[in-house]
Design a binder for this molecule. Structure first.
Ligand code: PA5
Length: 428
């Protein structure tokens, strides 16, 4: 990926960051890079995430999905980091396999999917690092029952990706299900390029090697200066802008296929950096759709935002048919791709003209290689930003608290958190 921070500089934007202060920040980037490199070399918890492209074995993943490779549809049951990486990849790329991601436990929505899908020809991909997440386990039990009711042996259609121990691992062992491990030391939201994200990609027939090669190429660019490394340029600039008041980071891809990437990014940024009263609030937007809604706020609302554009240089195009209406003649000479590009350029320029900081993250095209680079690059940007903020990027105590309280309220143990929730509920 390429990162252009020109419109985030103080000469263009307010709040913007001056070249001189970025040069000063670069000394901290160099120190942070040393810590990151050491963490990677020692396979320390969290830093190990940046070794994932080297550690993932595509053959092992393909072998595990082989029994369901002919599926017409794929249900991935998982949530947060156990869902969004896979969804980012499969929603971005074309496949004959329909993909459904059951993360929410809204009963009406879950039932609607199960009633609609061809369950006899559907593969089930269950993913949970801990193997204890209530939403994932509950949805899996519901899916399993629906598949059984359709007269299908669910054990022949299910692949499990989970940690070494826990209820989901027990279930996989008990039913002798094909299963893959979650790599040690890799928090959920950093695991897209492991089996956690790649099982779904493999069932959909995507090129796993290209995903990993794109990520590995991005890994090669990690260096001790934000001026030489696109991922660090992004992480450092976002951090510097936040320090100057841009507490909101709106990611706005100009490609429908990358809409889920903004959702994945929002989790990565929020769950990793939102600690100790610090962190930018990520917002999901989509070009051109949100030019007709959120853009008004981005250009003229509070000066508290960074807008991150993600663009793809090349892609499929489609001509706009001509008409004999004079006022529409300008469209007849163009393609939808021309229009999309013009909309993006106009939006980027309009934000710059209004002094609103924005950064452009450019991909060559939306394919496996470029997606691998984007996922890895944003993970590295996030790890660097975490170092600069001085937070523990790789823990998520607030998320864990709510998980335990939920289980506790249903009688599943860990009563300390559940009692606090019950007390609050009584107060209302
Ligand atoms: O990034 C994280 O740690 C979380 O978002 C988890 O991925 C999410 O809570 C799901 O956890 P698990 O994979 O244990 O089911």
């Amino acid at each position: 990926m390429n990162v252009d921070i020109g419109n985030a500089l103080a000469s263009v934007a307010s709040p913007g960051v001056s070249r001189a202060s970025l040069e000063r920040l670069d000394e901290q980037v160099a120190d942070a890079h040393e810590r990151i490199e050491a963490g990677m070399a020692n396979a320390e918890h969290g830093y190990e995430a940046l070794n994932v492209p080297d550690r993932t074995d595509p053959d092992e993943i393909r072998a595990a999905v082989e029994p369901v490779a002919d599926a017409d549809a794929l249900i991935t049951v998982g949530i947060g980091g156990s869902s969004l990486g896979a969804a980012t990849i499969t929603n971005a790329l074309d496949s004959d396999t329909e993909t459904v991601f059951l993360d929410n436990v809204d009963p009406e929505w879950v039932s609607r999917h199960l009633e609609r899908l061809p369950l006899a020809d559907t593969a089930i991909n269950v993913v949970s690092r801990s193997g204890t997440t209530a939403e994932t386990l509950a949805n899996f039990l519901v899916v399993r029952e629906a598949v059984e009711s359709a007269g299908v042996d669910w054990t022949e259609r299910t692949i499990v990706t989970t940690g070494e121990a826990g209820p989901l691992r027990d279930l996989a062992n008990r039913h002798d299900l094909p299963s893959l491990p979650v790599p040690d030391g890799v928090p959920g939201r950093f695991s897209a390029l492991s089996a956690v994200g790649l099982v779904a990609a493999a069932v959909c027939g995507h090129d796993l090697e290209a995903l990993l090669e794109g990520a590995a190429a991005e890994a090669e660019t990690l260096s001790g200066s934000l001026f030489d490394c696109p991922a660090y340029a992004y992480g450092a600039t976002s951090y510097a802008l936040d320090q100057r008041g841009a507490g909101v980071n709106a990611m706005m891809p100009y490609a429908e296929s990358l809409e889920t990437a903004a959702e994945w990014f929002a989790q990565l940024w929020a769950e990793s950096l939102g600690k100790d009263d610090l962190g930018q609030t990520p917002v999901r937007a989509l070009g051109v759709t949100d030019q007709h809604s959120q853009l008004q706020l981005y250009r003229a609302g509070p000066r508290d935002k960074l807008v991150t554009f993600v663009t793809a240089r090349e892609g499929e195009d489609r001509p706009i048919p001509g008409t004999d209406v004079d006022d529409l003649a300008y469209l007849g000479d163009a393609t939808l791709g021309d229009l999309l590009e013009a909309e993006f350029e106009a939006t980027e320029a309009s934000l710059a003209a209004a002094g609103r900081p924005n950064v452009r993250v450019e991909l060559e095209r939306v394919d496996e290689y470029e997606l691998g680079g984007l996922l890895y690059g944003m993970e590295a940007a996030c790890v660097l930003a975490g170092e600069l903020y001085g937070v523990n990027t790789f823990e998520q105590p607030a998320v864990e608290w709510a998980k335990k309280a939920t289980r506790g309220l249903l009688g599943g143990g860990e009563f300390e958190e559940a009692a606090a929730v019950a007390e609050k509920t009584e107060l209302r």
